[in-house]
Design a protein around this ligand. Structure first.
Ligand SMILES: Nc1ncnc2c1ncn2[C@@H]1O[C@H](COP(=O)(O)OP(=O)(O)OP(=O)(O)O)[C@@H](O)[C@H]1O
Ligand SMILES: [Zn+2]
Length: 711
């Protein structure tokens, strides 16, 4: 029986319980654990993780390709506790789900029980049989509503497919189930491809899983699917749902009542007994990687799940991740694991917006050095915005930093608004005159004077979206300025209403973070400007260039989506480094050339996708303790023969953000040219880390991150 015990508990395999009847694998039960009664999942004897689970991307089949068909005879020994309750109202989780969970636990180094239970809806874990019955009744009533109401609305009219869309769909239909990269430029109509591919599976009575990177992209996609398939039940799965909703939606999928399941990364674990297709929209998005607990990649698990279930997986993006791009590169240059499907043209044949690099050196040369100190936008860019406002077109100004200013400082003594608990600045938010730490949440009212020297002249340094909005309002009198970022969209429904206002043309110039830079189909936008992209150019993170390129190309893609305006659509980038190769590739709108040059760099530096990484993170009261634990862990890995196996262990270092909420953080990187040796080492090593965490180097927390997003 699987119950939610973390790997640290030392109990990794399933627990045994007495049951008067044999239970099928995957059956949900309630069992006593200590003094409590908890949810459990019936499991076969071999619950320990496979030593070498391969990788989500690997072509080879998993080490547990078949599922034991025999029901589990649970416990014979007399000292076992009996199962408290079998939740018979629910069919057992199917073999595909069980295998997915088994694989994910093994690959990401988590305890099987913990992973299995945490990916179920939280409310399911708390209900007993009676409460479950009640919820099922409610569900039955709800799913009956459309048929009682009688009429299913007439079939929606379908747009005629573009040549590219047609070609892609023909190739898809002709292919055996496989993983496909749908590489379509922004506005090429990838969603229509998802819809048609889904339609074919729905017609066969199969279920379709659609993953999106962020909650804020779900409403519009949900609306499009709901509109296209009015006779099918669609449910969403994401963290914005109430626990009760999430359970209802999960149940609808599990019982096969919902044919369409749309959600964020957690939805990859949905129970889908008749799965026919998986779509991963914006597959390159870092949000697919869970950043706590089991740090899984939903994109990679989707690929694994598709292969396991023998169904097609459609990875869509205008800027694929380099991992995916390499996987979709045919032999002999690449492994050719995925099929590449290309849609190089926009719907209506409108071109992509022209990219203009606005050289700030020249701007300063022409207008003097004060101009960029006092104003966020160069006069040329302001003029371009004014022109759009006058023509009744919309513009989007991208600044990937919320708040008013990233830091306050004292002009007298140089004091800066640091966070007392973190190695970070506190951000000035003008709306409530607060200094807020974006890492630990510590917030205070802005002091009247410098807390060190008493000088009243404390000034914002730098600029966030709040300040940009204010300055644009001053510089573009009469224009309607809107702002969308994490601060303006805190309350429920506010994002939807703000987006609706943009779509309705009530905003002339939209200021926003990356939140609005992707996915949205703005029809009247003809200018997109990035005003502080340079700050990401020199990041130490090896994925920073890939991220920046994707963000800017996605942002550019918000302009000129209506073919009628495409010709005069532009993307402006204000920069001190107009010759930077990244900007040059962007100007050429040449993803392939950019990917090729990045991959060449990664190959030379032995970075992913040419190597496999795992990160051990530690958090402790002191940096010494955190580093001490990591050194201890390194010794344990060496003792296990890491070096001989080809796994390189880098020296422990303080994390990039060293202190958060008074906790010191450090990390240690493991690198191997291939996955199997790394996976084998991790499987042997992770159980020993708990032992390493004793004595003088005790840490508060440690975690292994397989395929980390940032190092
Ligand atoms: N065959 C078609 N005929 C007419 N319009 C279409 C067709 N296919 C898609 N569209 C429209 O084209 C627009 C762009 O499509 P969509 O939003 O799917 O692009 P996308 O490829 O997902 O772009 P992005 O990567 O920027 O999100 C949408 O308004 C969509 O309704
Ligand atoms: Zn803080």
């Amino acid at each position: 029986m699987l119950v939610a015990l973390p790997r640290h508990s030392g109990i990794d395999a399933a627990l045994d319980y007495l049951s008067p009847v044999a239970l099928p694998v995957g059956q949900l039960v309630r069992v006593p654990l200590g003094r409590r009664v908890v949810m459990g999942v019936a499991w076969d004897g071999g619950a320990s993780e496979p030593a070498d689970p391969g990788h989500p991307d690997d072509r080879a089949h998993p080490s547990h390709p078949t599922h034991p068909a025999d029901p589990v005879a649970v416990g014979e020994a007399a000292d076992l506790k009996p199962v408290a309750e079998v939740l018979e109202a629910l069919p057992p989780l199917d073999a595909g789900w069980c295998e997915l969970v088994r694989f994910a636990a093994g690959y990401y180094q988590r305890s099987l029980g913990e992973l299995a239970l945490t990916v179920l809806p939280p409310e399911l874990r708390d209900v007993d049989g009676v409460q479950l019955q009640r919820r099922l009744k409610r569900l039955a009533k709800r799913s009956a509503v459309p048929s009682i109401a009688g009429e299913v609305p007439g079939a929606p009219t379908l747009p005629a497919l573009s040549e590219d869309q047609q070609a892609v769909l023909t190739a898809l239909a002709a292919s055996a189930p496989a993983t496909h990269l749908l590489h379509g430029v922004t506005g090429s109509g990838k969603t229509e491809v998802y819809l048609r591919a889904a339609e074919a599976e729905l017609a066969k009575g199969r279920q379709v899983l659609v993953l999106v990177p962020e909650i804020n992209l779900t409403p519009q996609l949900e609306a499009r699917f709901a509109q296209r398939f009015p006779a099918h039940r669609l449910v969403s799965l994401h963290s914005g749902l109430t626990p009760a909703q999430r359970l209802q939606h999960w149940l609808a999928a599990h019982l096969g009542q919902a044919q369409l399941v749309l959600g964020t990364r957690m939805a990859v674990f949905a129970s889908l007994p008749r799965l026919g297709l998986i779509v991963v929209d914006e597959e390159h998005d870092p949000s697919y990687k869970q950043q706590e607990g089991a740090r899984y990649s939903a994109r990679d698990l989707a690929v694994w799940r598709g292969r396991q279930a023998n169904v097609a997986v459609l990875l869509g993006s205008a800027t694929p991740s380099l991992e995916t791009w390499l996987n979709a590169t045919p032999a002999p240059e690449g492994p050719g694991r995925y099929q590449r499907l290309a849609m190089p043209r926009r719907i209506g044949d409108g071109g992509l917006p022209a990219v203009r690099l606005l050289d700030l050196q020249r701007v300063v040369g022409m207008h003097g050095s004060r101009v960029m100190r006092e104003h966020p936008l160069a006069p040329e860019l302001l003029a371009a915005l004014r022109e759009r406002v006058a023509r009744g077109e919309q513009s989007f100004v991208l600044l990937n930093r919320r708040g008013y200013a990233p830091v306050l400082h004292c002009t007298g003594c140089g004091w800066k608004s640091g966070c007392p608990h973190c190695s970070a600045w506190r951000v000035f938010h003008k709306v409530d005159r607060s200094l807020r730490c974006h890492h630990c949440g510590f917030s205070e009212r802005v002091p009247r004077a410098c807390p060190v020297c008493g000088d009243p002249d404390i000034q914002p340094m730098g600029r966030g979206t709040e300040r940009l909005e204010e300055q644009l309002a001053e510089q573009l009198p009469g224009a309607r300025i809107g702002r969308i970022d994490a601060d303006t969209t805190r309350s429920k429904g506010s994002l939807e209403s703000q987006l609706a206002a943009v779509h309705a043309g009530e905003v002339d110039v939209l200021v926003g973070t990356q939140m609005v830079a992707k996915g949205h189909d703005f029809r009247r936008m003809t200018l997109v400007a990035a005003v502080n992209a340079d700050s990401a150019l020199f990041s130490s993170d090896f994925r920073a260039p890939e991220r920046l390129f994707a963000l800017l190309l996605q942002a550019a893609g918000r302009a000129g989506r209506d073919a009628a305006h495409a010709a005069r659509s532009e993307m402006w980038i204000q920069t001190w480094y107009p010759d930077h190769p990244l900007y040059q590739a962007l100007q050429a709108q040449d993803y392939e050339a950019f990917a090729a040059s990045q991959l060449a760099e990664r190959r030379v530096a032995s970075l992913p996708p040419f190597s496999c990484l795992a990160l051990l993170r530690a958090e402790a009261r002191s940096q010494e303790a955190a580093l001490g634990f990591l050194h201890e862990a390194a010794r344990a890995a060496e003792a296990l023969g890491a070096l001989q196996a080809g796994v390189q262990i880098y020296p422990p270092v303080p994390a990039a953000l060293q202190r958060v909420a008074n906790v010191e953080r450090a990390q240690m990187l493991l690198e191997a040219p291939l996955r199997p040796p790394l996976q084998r080492l991790l499987a042997a090593w992770v159980p020993r880390l708990q032992e390493a965490n004793r004595g003088e180097h005790r840490v508060l927390r440690w975690a292994v991150d397989v395929d980390p997003q940032a190092i």
